[in-house]
Design a protein around this ligand. Structure first.
Ligand SMILES: [Zn+2]
Length: 154
């Protein structure tokens, strides 16, 4: 087992998902920050979709790796996800010194559109060094479709 969390009942071994995120990171377009990010999302179909961060000279046009992966998956017809893995670090940083690159607030919200609060979010320095929190831990009190169509009150 990679870490104590990986042995819990009902939890997957995230090795393959983290490896896919590390591969996706290699395709990152990050000429401004030098901070490459890769994400891999496991759909309930069993397929893995990946994304990398894509920076832009107009910084606000940048898209995060997690949202790029969600866009790939949803564009392929997927609607529900089982797990997501994220890796992010500058190339000059040694593996042991890599940060844990948690999804930003926008990505947490986008993930919540297609996932429940139990979605495992693996944030990794490498395939053997990661931490898992659920989406509900990362984004409590989510805004969702329930708020758009509230139950009528008496
Ligand atoms: Zn983000």
């Amino acid at each position: 087992m990679k870490q104590s969390e990986a042995g819990r009942a009902g939890e997957m071994d995230p090795d393959r998902l983290i490896q896919a995120a590390l591969q996706a990171r290699q395709r990152a377009w990050a000429p401004y920050s030098g901070f490459g990010v890769g994400a891999a999302i496991l759909a309930v179909s069993g397929k893995i979709y990946t994304g990398c961060n894509i920076e832009n000279a107009s910084y606000g046009a940048t898209i995060c790796a997690e949202r790029a992966a969600v866009a790939q998956a949803v564009s392929a017809g997927e609607r529900y996800f089982s797990a997501v893995a994220v890796v992010g670090f500058s190339s000059c940083v040694r593996p042991a010194d890599r940060p844990l690159a948690w999804p930003c607030g926008i990505c947490r919200q986008v993930l919540s559109e297609f996932s429940g609060p139990d979605l495992p979010v693996y944030v990794a320095r490498s395939a053997t060094d990661y931490v898992m929190l659920t989406l509900g831990q990362l984004l409590p009190y989510q805004f969702g479709s329930d708020q758009l169509a509230p139950e009528p009150s008496d």
